[in-house]
Design a protein around this ligand. Structure first.
Ligand SMILES: Nc1ncnc2c1ncn2[C@@H]1O[C@H](COP(=O)(O)OP(=O)(O)O)[C@@H](O)[C@H]1O
Ligand SMILES: O=C(O)C1=C[C@@H](OP(=O)(O)O)[C@@H](O)[C@H](O)C1
Ligand SMILES: [Mg+2]
Length: 184
């Protein structure tokens, strides 16, 4: 059985997935981290050199492999994993899927803090609007893509947890309660 975490960038999938695995004493895999280890390159480098389509294929191959493995684990995914129907089906059939939610403002704040450190995420939206500050551009990208992706997160999720203005312990606790309610 796999407990998967889905949601937009910056909603806390990597952070909460690791904590959840600790609580449940399950192995933890972050698909993006494993993909980067295997490729020997950062995701931002794969995007820059080979393009997003190559990344999406590597991501789909990895999701296929991990969801077909016999071991139980907590699996954190990348925010765009729900774009492909085969990924959505694979995650759903592997076990419960937790959708971590946050507002565009929360997401932008977290991503800005991350990009000030080492964690650079590649831009996802080609279209830009004229005369925008980088902050406005980021909010535009997050709002636009979140609206496009929301139906896919909704369709794939077994349960959802809001993460705005809540610390990791609160989010983990609610996730564990909602998983228990599923009675799997
Ligand atoms: N509940 C939270 N409150 C505040 N910051 C958080 C919370 N969860 C995660 N973060 C921070 O937000 C950033 C993105 O978290 P991360 O786990 O990498 O998200 P994702 O994997 O969904 O992109 C990190 O800097 C992380 O420390
Ligand atoms: O939303 C996306 O399309 C992506 C999210 C990233 O993962 P996080 O959601 O962990 O940041 C990573 O997979 C890649 O940069 C693409
Ligand atoms: Mg992550």
């Amino acid at each position: 059985m796999k407990i998967s975490l889905i949601g937009y960038r910056g909603t806390g999938k990597t952070t909460i997935g690791a904590k959840l695995a600790e609580h449940l004493q399950l192995k933890f895999i972050d698909a993006d981290q494993l993909l980067q280890e295997r490729a020997g390159r950062k995701i931002s480098e794969i995007f820059a050199t080979d393009g997003e389509a190559v990344f999406r294929q590597l991501e789909a191959d990895l999701i296929h492999e991990l969801t077909n493995s016999p071991e139980s684990l907590v699996l954190s995914t990348g925010g765009g994993v729900i774009l492909r129907p085969e990924n959505r089906a694979a995650l759903q059939s592997a076990g419960p899927v937790v959708w971590l939610k946050a507002t565009p403002r929360t997401i932008c704040t977290r991503l800005r803090l991350d990009s000030a450190t080492a964690h650079q995420r590649p831009a996802l939206l080609a279209e830009t609007k004229p005369d925008q500050t980088p902050e406005q551009q980021m909010l535009y990208e997050v709002t636009t893509l979140l609206a496009r992706r929301e139906p896919f997160y909704q369709e794939t999720a077994s349960l959802d947890v809001t993460t705005d203005e809540r610390d990791e312990a609160q989010i983990v606790r609610e996730t564990l309660e909602k998983l228990a309610d599923l009675k799997i």
